[in-house]
Every structure is written in structure tokens, then in C-alpha cells.
Design a protein around this ligand. Structure first.
Ligand code: ZN
Length: 231
């Protein structure tokens, strides 16, 4: 174990699993989130809770966990036009993508992440991008990430890689992976502190965690949990 990693850590279910995965796999792990005036800052609060609790789960994780970074990206809100930034109900559009899709958001996140990784001397970007959600956001697909990796390394004369442990996982498989990596303690941490709900709802606790229970993100999380526990 010699390589080091920067985890794109938003405080959601998937990025929390990615953080635990990275702490198992890499010698030094730093974390990164973006503040782009998202509708709900609750995710940013949740991630700090998770970072506080992670070292109590596993002593080695605590030793490997390094600095946390938050980069402001207000330009995303300036571009706007989507449900996660500013007003608007989140619904499925005719092109099969939810209205929360922010065009090119992951390209920006990964490019900023690569620049920070370069400065921090980190080898690998770890992200929860997934092709199974909504048939895959186009900027989360592996083909997109491979092309971006190429562009980044050509442009920075670097050898940064992008590790996406959840790429082919269903939500049920993600819960199973969390259990495999960190057992009941990690599953419990995800339920109590990770945030997925598009509505920013944290008053209602379900067996799978907090959320409105009706937005597309809550439905996906609940369905995955039910499938996993039924298996
Ligand atoms: Zn919700």
C-alpha cells in the first residue's frame, strides 16, 4: 500500500462508501467537496459528521485520513438552470435524465480534483460515479472518465488515475459493499449521517436513513436498502 488518494466526498451514501473503500486501499487519503450554492447545505454538514466519526470505526482509517478540502464553485450556480441549484421541482425529463442533472458538473469536479491532487502529491481520484443510476449520467460513464483522465494527464504531465468502485454497482450492491468493507458500524454510519435526499429533508428517519422518502434520490436509496436486506 503505497499510493495516496483524493476522495470526492460530498457526504452522500455513495461517497461515504468510496471514502471507506479508499481508507482500506490507500496509504494516505484526503477528501474534497465543492460548495456551489447547492439548494441544501445539509450535505456539507453531514460530511463533517462523517469525517469526525470515521476514525472511531477503524484505527488504521484514522491514521490514513488526512486533510479535508472544500472548494467554492459559485460559477455552477451562475450557469444554473437545474433543480439542484436554485428553484424547481426535480422530475424526470424527456431525455431520461432527472432535472437535477447539472451539465458537465462531474467534468469540472474531476478537473478541479486533479489539479488539487497534483498540488497535494496524490496519485488517485476516487469518486462514486455510477453507470447504473438513471442509465448513467453521461459525465459519470467510464468512457467519459477515461477520456478525461487522458486529457488531464496530457495537460498536467501527470499520471493521475480515476478509481470508481461503484461504477457497475446497483444501490443494493453498494449497501452490500459498505457492509463488506466496514460491517454493521459503517452501515450504521451511512444510515445516521450520510445524506442523499434532494429536498434536504433530515427530520424523518426511515430504516435506510433520513429523507423525504419521495424524491428520486430517496426512492433509489430506499429501494436499494430494501433489496439488500431482502437478499
Ligand atoms: Zn428525498
Amino acid at each position: 500500500m503505497t499510493k495516496s488518494a483524493l476522495v470526492l466526498f460530498s457526504g452522500g451514501q455513495d461517497s461515504t462508501i468510496c471514502l471507506a473503500y479508499a481508507l482500506e486501499r490507500y496509504a494516505r487519503v484526503e477528501t474534497l467537496a465543492f460548495d456551489y450554492n447547492q439548494r441544501h447545505k445539509v450535505e456539507l454538514d453531514c460530511r463533517l459528521e462523517i469525517l469526525k466519526h470515521i476514525p472511531t470505526q477503524n484505527r488504521e482509517w484514522g491514521e490514513r485520513l488526512g486533510d479535508d478540502h472544500i472548494l467554492p464553485l459559485p460559477a455552477l450556480a451562475e450557469i444554473g438552470g437545474t433543480s439542484l441549484i436554485g428553484a424547481g421541482e426535480i422530475k424526470m425529463q424527456e431525455n431520461g435524465l432527472p432535472s437535477s442533472f447539472v451539465p458537465g458538473r462531474n467534468l469540472l469536479f474531476l478537473t478541479y480534483g486533479a489539479a488539487l491532487a497534483y498540488r497535494r502529491g496524490l496519485d488517485v481520484l476516487v469518486g462514486g460515479m455510477c453507470e447504473t443510476d438513471y442509465s448513467g449520467y453521461p459525465d459519470c460513464r467510464r468512457t467519459t472518465l477515461d477520456a478525461l483522465t487522458n486529457a488531464i494527464n496530457l495537460g498536467m504531465e501527470s499520471a493521475i488515475t480515476i478509481d470508481t468502485p461503484l461504477m457497475q454497482q446497483t444501490k443494493a450492491q453498494s449497501w452490500a459493499l459498505a457492509n463488506e468493507i466496514g460491517g454493521a458500524a459503517l452501515v450504521s454510519l451511512i444510515i445516521e449521517h450520510s445524506h442523499t435526499c434532494y429536498e434536504g429533508e433530515r427530520n424523518h428517519r426511515h430504516i435506510w436513513g433520513y429523507g423525504c422518502g419521495t424524491c428520486p434520490a430517496c426512492k433509489l436509496r430506499a429501494q436499494g436498502y430494501q433489496e439488500w436486506t431482502a437478499a
